[in-house]
Design a binder for this molecule. Structure first.
Ligand SMILES: O=C(O)CCC(=O)C(=O)O
Length: 350
């Protein structure tokens, strides 16, 4: 029987990923070759490989039974959840009507102006810069396009902890992922108008994410975002299986230009999320997305990512050092898998 190169390549990647999954199951670490195989399989299959693995994870880790779905997104009922999930499944994004209260945004803005952060290096400009730590985000005179706060500082912030414990957010995440999720990437960053051209290292070119098998991101705007402030942008429906055409996917896990992406989708599929501060956007970033170039002012975003497994890319570990929020303390007791990325092996109240 003739086996084409394509089939051979899929079989080899599947074997490597399976071997890596066994290692992951034993010690919780994903070997680099297995992660690369997961990415490669996505590029080859358009998402079928992720979908198959996700079904397996759902069998192993069914969703939590929540007493209620109350929180910053409202007091959600089963019908609300169905509406949100239907749109997420079809379009890949959902903007919630309910926004975070302004005192909440004020406190997180204050946090971002008083904490040390990393000015992200820029490699794709004539005068490349290195990533370096700065005492404060220099809002009046930024020296780079992106400033990131450490995950450790972010998760140990009381307001962030309230969101980590929020059952309305959890309900959406676990309904979309069809399993009990893991909160695995917590981040906050500024995008600035430092550069006149989009920056690859600051996620300002189109790309898909592929660090996990399946995940859902919540982007929370902490400043007002108009069209000049670098709105988060998404190609509607591109998260679906086969939603990114072969011509783009087979380029691999790379950044894509506007021209390359615009050639593949009609204009109405391009969404720019301009919205007031406090807005919460849920998005499956398996679809094509980017932060648009900031032309004026700046933009502060907080991000929560829920994944169905930690199998995949490596993130330096960050742990909760103090859990000030009683809500989070209670949730940690009930939902150990949800917090396993930030809480395991930590001395402190469990
Ligand atoms: O800053 C943005 O809007 C893009 C962020 C992004 O690419 C990501 O979180 O995966």
């Amino acid at each position: 029987m003739m086996i084409t190169n394509n089939v051979r390549s899929r079989m080899a990647s599947t074997a490597r990923m399976t071997a890596g999954a066994v290692r992951f199951w034993m010690d919780g670490r994903t070997p680099g070759f297995a992660y690369q195989s997961m990415v490669g399989l996505f590029c080859m299959t358009g998402g079928t490989s992720n979908d198959t693995l996700s079904r397996l994870v759902s069998l192993l880790h069914p969703p939590y039974r929540l007493s209620d779905m109350y929180g910053v997104l409202g007091n959600l009922g089963a019908e609300d959840i169905s509406r949100v999930i239907l749109q997420l499944d079809q379009k890949g994004h959902y903007v919630f009507e309910r926004r975070l209260p302004s005192d909440f945004c004020d406190r997180l803005l204050q946090f971002s102006l008083t904490n040390r952060c990393l000015q992200r290096g820029m490699s794709d400009v004539p005068e490349a810069t290195e990533t370096r730590e700065v005492e404060r985000y220099p809002r009046k005179n930024p020296g780079g396009v992106r400033y990131d706060f450490s995950a450790r500082d972010v998760i140990n912030n009381l307001d962030v902890q309230l969101l980590m414990a929020d059952r309305s957010i959890l309900a959406v995440a676990q309904s979309y992922l069809r399993c009990s999720p893991i909160l695995d990437v917590m981040s906050m960053w500024w995008h600035t108008a430092y550069s006149k051209v989009p920056d690859k290292d600051a996620a300002q070119f189109w790309h898909f994410d592929m660090d996990r098998i399946k995940w859902l991101k919540f982007f929370i705007y902490l400043t007002d975002v108009g069209t000049a402030n670098g709105p988060h942008s998404f190609v509607e429906g591109s998260h679906r299986t086969g939603g990114i055409p072969d011509s783009l996917r087979l380029k691999g896990y790379v950044r894509l230009t506007d021209e390359e992406v615009e050639a593949c989708y009609p204009r109405e599929r391009f969404i720019e999320f301009t919205a007031p501060r406090g807005t919460v956007i849920a998005e499956d970033t398996r679809g094509l997305h980017k932060g648009k170039l900031v032309q004026w002012g700046d933009r502060l975003v907080l991000q929560l990512q829920f994944s169905n497994s930690l199998f995949g890319g490596y993130y330096p570990p960050s742990k909760l050092t103090r859990v000030e929020s009683p809500e989070l303390q209670a949730m940690i007791r009930r939902c150990s898998r949800l917090y396993s990325n930030y809480w395991r092996e930590v001395d402190g109240p469990r």
